[in-house]
Write a protein that binds this ligand. Structure first.
Ligand SMILES: [Mg+2]
Ligand SMILES: [Zn+2]
Length: 207
């Protein structure tokens, strides 16, 4: 397994699930928006592993710019069980993340970090076959990011297109907004709602 330092220097982060401390971190200072990847930021293509297949969804660039302008740190948290299942390797995940970063950087959007969980209990490739508490809907990736980036979880949000995203956000102590076909809420709309509450000390539930 790559070490955290190796992947960080390559502009991405692999969650070192086995070494991570699975505890709620101390309260930080920075509000963040945790972002699911597939079906939230980019078109959901099952087990996408090729950088050229990355397509940013409509409304995402504008939405991320609004969130950034409102002072939120942007952090991607994504389950990538395709690694455990043997569909692609960790390097492929990192290359996809590099591509997303490159596309967003063109629009002056900066993602602070990408966290992903490569594990799955029904995987076929060691060392990734395991039930992992960091995998969403667990709060582990969000807590790890909060510890790494001094994030104030109470003032932070999780945006995703699946119920497990919202569950992870709630478990971590954040607010959540479900986007996409399950809710009919677009990313830009969600970003506006979050930005409008940026300066509230205690965000209200949304909608
Ligand atoms: Mg998704
Ligand atoms: Zn994991």
């Amino acid at each position: 397994m790559l070490t955290r330092t190796e992947t960080m220097t390559r502009g991405s982060t692999i969650l070192a699930c086995e070494n991570g401390d699975f505890v709620q971190p101390a309260v930080g200072r920075v509000p963040a928006v945790f972002l699911d990847r597939d079906g939230t930021l980019i078109v959901d293509k099952p087990y996408l592993a090729v950088p050229d297949d990355v397509e940013i969804l409509p409304g995402v660039v504008d939405g991320l710019r609004a969130l950034q302008a409102a002072g939120y740190l942007l952090v991607v948290v994504t389950n990538q069980s395709g690694v455990a299942r043997g569909y692609f390797d960790v390097d492929a995940v990192i290359q996809v993340h590099e591509r997303i970063k490159e596309l967003l950087t063109r629009h002056d959007v900066s993602i602070a970090a990408f966290y992903f969980c490569p594990h799955h209990l029904e995987g076929t490739v060691e060392p990734w076959i395991r039930r992992c508490p960091f995998r969403k809907p667990g709060p582990g990736m969000l807590w790890r990011a909060a510890a790494d980036w001094s994030i104030d979880l109470k003032r932070s949000w999780m945006v995703g297109n699946a119920h497990l995203d919202i569950a992870a956000g709630r478990a971590a102590g954040c607010q959540g907004i479900l986007v996409g076909t399950l809710s009919g809420v677009g990313f830009a709309e969600a970003a506006r709602a979050i930005s409008a509450r940026a300066h509230a000390t205690v965000p209200r539930d949304w909608p």
